[in-house]
Design a protein around this ligand. Structure first.
Ligand code: IDP
Ligand code: MG
Length: 138
């Protein structure tokens, strides 16, 4: 029996602006994962810099920070066995153009020709990231 995991899911500002909060949470719940914490907030520059520290110096870094601070974000703690891997699977590939149909990014996202991909959601990529990110956002 594996241990229950927690992961951080963010509905990014494009998802909130497009009224997709319910659709995204519905997919998580339909899969069987539990929402165990949730809030709507306007993230500070400091929070975003800490969250995306691994991407500092990359060409899309500043556009990413600007995009993530352009509106409200929904932060969700999602819980279940193997939920970190499972939510990444639900989200689909980073690039929404090639994200598989059936995934959040593949079904609901597209390329808008911008410097940063607006791809609706974030999901932690490992147990270490999940613990670090959940401590930042909650
Ligand atoms: P992930 O969100 O699928 O884990 P990361 O590589 O952690 O992807 O990148 C963080 C975010 O930065 C992505 O979700 C996307 O919004 C943006 N991003 C990543 N790589 C690129 C890129 O090559 N061009 C434009 N934007 C990117
Ligand atoms: Mg990532």
């Amino acid at each position: 029996m594996t241990e229950t995991q927690n992961t951080l899911v963010l509905v990014k500002p494009d998802g909130v602006a497009r009224n997709l909060i319910g659709e995204i949470i519905a997919r998580c719940e339909a899969k069987g994962y539990q929402v165990t914490n949730l809030k709507l907030l306007q993230p500070s520059q400091g929070l975003l810099a800490a969250h995306y520290a691994e991407h500092e110096g990359k060409p899309f870094y500043q556009p990413l920070i600007d995009f993530m601070s352009s509106g409200s974000v929904v932060a969700i703690q999602l819980t279940g066995h193997r939920v970190i891997e499972g939510f990444r699977s639900l989200a689909g590939a980073t690039d929404p153009t090639v994200a598989a149909p059936g995934t959040i990014r593949g079904d609901l996202g597209r390329d808008w020709g911008l410097k940063v991909q607006q791809n609706l959601v974030h999901g932690s990529d490992s147990t270490e990231s999940a613990e670090r990110e959940l401590a930042l956002w909650f």
